[in-house]
Design a protein around this ligand. Structure first.
Ligand SMILES: *Cc1c(COP(=O)(O)O)cnc(C)c1O
Length: 454
């Protein structure tokens, strides 16, 4: 195995790009197996490490690797058909999935567009908002209001609403970013007893500024886009739910669509089925992705209310009533079938909203386990903050993470993490056991202590 692995790592380097990396950056490990919460990493030096995947493959693998129900759903659909075009045709997996999504979504989101990745679902949401304003007689409304510190994907329009400083705007400036930004909302802490703590005056100042920026640009805005309560790739920043109520009011006052990006937060991750539920806010448009197929296949969805769909359907705009998007692999049956099985596992027999839905107990257990397991990290010299929301645990350092070293020490202690900036964070599979959460916590504490000061 070790010789093959060394060979594989060498063949990868210079051949394949990895996320946000130079071509020759390559990879440090190859994966030889994955089951439950664990992945087996080969280091190319003859070492094999079975580690707990603290990242759940970037928020997605909520039910764990090789989950029997998801494996069975994939096999069953492969034995029927793996793909068929969605233009003019439909199939049971797509209809079943859309019905499940509508049943579990917050508010009145009754219509579904199936996209092939999170970024594409954001593109579709933005197109929908522009077409909606056009159909409503306001074709001049072509910009979006977004939060600083946000992340919405890597395609061009999605990129334009990411944080304008930390995002990729600078590199692609010639292609233009024309959006309007609100300051990043103040930080909040969700305590173990369920309270939200934040600086009320800071929130008031934010609110006043948000209202004034929105009013200033209202005539040119089509919609507001945000990641509810937890900004993920833009800095693992938790903000007060009240911010969402303010954004809803602003949207209503100026006739903007409120678009919530639940691609990372959706399906229970923050302790609510969807993070907007922390504020009881009903969005006009919602994007989901990442955990939708339980991490098996790339699939996302954009959902909207009948009000939005009806306005589009009136055909008053220059583009008629059609939503102008239609990817080749739209509604891929294999992905939809696995997504149905994944949502069934989350929801349980009584439905996702019921008190006994499996996701509730799983995420509550993750939250308790992470609070206990990450607490010792707070004492480390290198650590600035430790915060937990639902199944997400974050250690923030005083300095940028030395990624390669932290990753290596964490692997030696049994955990896979992928830190960025000043953040070492985990969002483990929902099936992670209490013991596995303890291992994650001690591996992170060891790694941060060893590399950044104990
Ligand atoms: C990951 C992510 C996206 C992009 O999804 P992809 O499937 O990677 O295109 C968009 N928004 C948020 C909040 C995300 O976390």
């Amino acid at each position: 195995m070790s010789v093959d692995t060394m060979d594989l790592l060498a063949r990868d380097s210079g051949l394949l790009w990895h996320p946000y990396a130079s071509l020759d950056a390559g990879a440090r490990y190859s994966v030889s197996a994955a089951r439950g919460s664990r992945i087996t990493l080969e280091d190319g030096q003859g070492g094999s490490h079975e580690v707990i995947d603290g990242m759940a493959s970037w928020w997605s693998m909520v039910h764990g690797y090789r989950n029997p129900a998801l494996d069975a759903a994939a096999h069953a659909q492969i034995d029927r058909f793996s793909h068929v075009m969605f233009g003019g045709l439909t199939h049971e997996p797509a209809v079943e999935l859309a019905e499940r999504l509508v049943a579990m979504a917050p508010g009145d989101l009754q219509h579904v567009f199936l996209a092939d990745s999170g970024s594409i679902s954001v593109e579709v949401a933005l197109k929908l908002a522009l077409q909606y304003q056009d159909a409503s007689g306001k074709p001049e409304r072509q910009r979006f209001l977004a939060l600083r510190g946000g992340y919405h994907g890597d395609t061009f329009a999605a990129m334009s609403i990411c944080d304008p400083v930390d995002g990729m705007h600078a590199a692609f400036a010639p292609l233009g970013s024309r959006q309007v930004f609100l300051p990043r909302p103040p930080a909040a802490r969700h305590t173990g007893s369920g309270d939200w703590e934040f600086d009320a005056e800071e929130l008031e100042r934010w609110e006043a500024e948000a209202r004034s920026i929105a009013a200033e640009h209202a005539g040119e805005l089509a919609g507001i886009v945000c990641e509810p309560v937890l900004q993920g790739a833009g800095g693992m920043h938790i903000y007060p739910p009240r911010v969402l109520n303010v954004l809803r009011e602003i949207a209503d006052r100026h006739e903007l669509l409120l678009i919530v990006d639940e691609i990372a937060t959706g399906f229970g991750r923050t302790g609510k089925l969807f993070a907007v539920e922390w504020a009881g806010v009903e969005p006009d448009v919602m994007c989901v992705g990442k955990a939708l197929t339980g991490g098996y296949l790339s699939l996302a969805a954009m959902m909207c209310t009948p009000k939005v769909a009806r306005a589009m359907g009136s055909g008053g705009g220059s583009s008629g009533s059609a939503l102008l998007h239609g990817p080749t692999f739209m509604g891929n049956p294999l992905a939809c079938a696995v997504a149905c099985a994944s949502l069934d596992l989350l929801a349980g027999p009584d439905g996702a909203g019921s008190g006994s839905a499996p996701w509730r107990a799983q995420v509550a257990r993750l939250e308790r386990g992470l609070r206990t397991a990450l607490e010792p990290a707070r004492e480390l010299a290198g650590v600035k903050d430790v915060r937990v929301l639902g199944g997400v645990g974050v250690i923030q350092l005083h300095e940028p993470v030395r990624v390669a070293e932290v990753t290596r020490v964490a692997v030696e202690h049994g955990a896979w993490v992928r830190p960025f900036r000043d953040l070492v964070y985990v969002m483990p599979p929902y099936i992670c056991t209490d013991d596995e959460l303890r291992v994650l916590g001690s591996a992170l504490t060891e790694a941060v202590g060893a590399v950044h000061g104990a």
